[in-house]
Design a protein around this ligand. Structure first.
Ligand SMILES: [Zn+2]
Length: 132
């Protein structure tokens, strides 16, 4: 798949556009065929490097994206072909904050495009409960 990614932190010079393997989904995830993505300041922070944030390279940024459901994990209840917007923040779903509906207060709260691969690509695997 085509993607915008970087293999190390830095300025614009580290940004590449090229081919990477398409992600594989887990049972609770859906594969999104990205049709629109936006850039925001977080993408610059992540590319430049945030102290304490360890990324798996190559990293694909982009926290704001929308698209079409292309594949559905066996535990996800949404149909292939559904147009969706992704809510990029996700917690562990096990701690008190997550269970009480305050996922953004989770100590392990993460964001697609920051902690895991984001939407500046043709395809992204996301948790099925994170699509609207
Ligand atoms: Zn949690």
């Amino acid at each position: 798949m085509k993607a915008a990614f970087f293999r190390q932190h830095g300025g614009l010079e580290v940004l590449e556009v090229g081919d990477l393997p398409s992600p594989e989904i887990r049972d609770n995830e859906v594969l999104i065929n990205v049709k629109a993505a936006a850039l925001n300041r977080l993408d610059l922070f992540v590319r430049n490097g945030i102290p304490g944030l360890r990324l798996e390279f190559p990293h694909i940024g982009g926290s704001d994206f929308a698209g079409i459901v292309a594949e559905v994990g066996k535990n996800a209840s949404i149909e292939v072909g559904t147009p969706v917007l992704v809510n990029p923040g996700y917690g562990c779903m096990k701690c008190r904050a997550c269970v009480s509906g305050e996922e953004s207060l989770c100590k392990r709260f993460q964001i697609y495009g920051e902690h895991s691969k984001g939407g500046l690509a043709e395809f992204v695997a996301v948790r099925a409960d994170k699509v609207l």
